[in-house]
Write a protein that binds this ligand. Structure first.
Ligand SMILES: [Zn+2]
Length: 69
């Protein structure tokens, strides 16, 4: 008899873990990343950061060290 395993698997089906809401698109997901963003929004934010970096690279400000986040 292994009642403990049954109880654990039932507990694992609880959707209480899905209460996270993305700050970007408002989607309810089971996991949030930086800045309370879902994976989709996080990827989009990264693309935005890359564009900013490209802007500064093109601007010739490369001698300045990267700011601390
Ligand atoms: Zn999102």
């Amino acid at each position: 008899m292994c009642m403990a395993e049954v109880a654990q698997s039932e507990k694992g089906e609880s959707n209480s873990e899905l209460a996270l809401e993305c700050d970007g698109c408002g989607a309810h997901v089971d996991k949030l990343f930086q800045r309370n963003l879902c994976k989709t929004c996080l990827v989009q934010s990264f693309r935005g950061v890359v564009q900013v970096i490209d802007y500064y690279r093109a601007g010739g400000g490369g001698s300045e060290p990267a700011p601390h986040s």
